[in-house]
Write a protein that binds this ligand. Structure first.
Ligand code: SAM
Length: 214
């Protein structure tokens, strides 16, 4: 994502009821924050929040948390949430590398990764959100039957992710390299901003669903 520094974005994050910038304080307390025991679904790298806001509006009985590293990007998601005021949607500004500091053991049911940064250089592989080091973090915070859903247009990153999931001991429940022409996997698909852009350019979208079912 091209990053434009938006003056004041950081201050907005510090002072908004829907955004958490020190999530360590809420570790293990997210159900209290939402005021219910509904399942918690997380999107990492939520960008401007189109996907997670649409899901939250459609599914009021699921709690959604969008994680984004940059205030300037998250600002758009927060502005939208200020208008929508969805009770089941919150955001965390943080680097997902520290996700285990923000969530307790098995606190969430699902993690969405959409068009994650590819970090093409081998020496940066550990930073990819589907690297085995990240699957180990997801293993900690996801419930036993929780799952990871990952979409990308980047075939190299997708092949890497398939092998990392298996290497980390996860089971691939569903895989497609052309989501929009896969009748089963495309049912109920919500397009992200990047997905709309890439598919309008004719690029096929890959998707995997991984869990720890044996
Ligand atoms: N998910 C959106 C979509 O599909 O339209 C945005 C995709 S954009 C390519 C990737 C987003 O992930 C960027 O906003 C970036 O700042 C965020 N991101 C990348 N690495 C991250 C990390 N380690 N923690 C939190 N956010 C991250």
């Amino acid at each position: 994502m091209r990053l434009r520094n938006v003056p004041g974005a950081r201050e907005v994050m510090e002072d908004n009821a829907y955004v958490f910038t020190r999530p360590e304080a809420n570790k293990g307390k997210w159900h209290e924050i939402f005021g219910n025991s509904n399942p918690i679904h997380i999107e990492i790298g939520t960008g401007k929040g189109k996907f997670i806001s649409a899901l939250a509006a459609l599914n009021p009985h699921i709690n959604y948390i969008g994680i984004e590293k940059y205030s300037s990007v998250l600002l758009r998601a927060v502005e939208k949430q200020n208008e929508l005021q969805l009770l089941n949607l919150r955001f965390i500004r943080m680097d997902a590398e520290n996700i285990c500091e923000a969530f307790g053991k098995e606190e969430a049911e699902r993690i969405y990764l959409n068009f994650s940064d590819p970090w093409p250089k081998d020496r940066h592989a550990k930073r990819r959100l589907t690297a085995r080091q990240f699957f180990a973090r997801y293993d900690e915070i996801l419930s036993k039957d929780g799952r990871v859903e990952f979409k990308t247009d980047n075939l190299d990153l997708f092949e890497f992710s398939l092998s990392e999931a298996e290497e980390a001991g996860w089971t691939l429940d569903a895989v497609t390299r052309d989501l929009h022409h896969d009748e089963i996997m495309s049912a109920g698909n919500i397009m992200t901003e990047y997905e709309e852009r890439f598919s309008s350019e004719g690029k096929p979208i890959c998707k995997l669903v991984a869990s720890r079912k044996k």
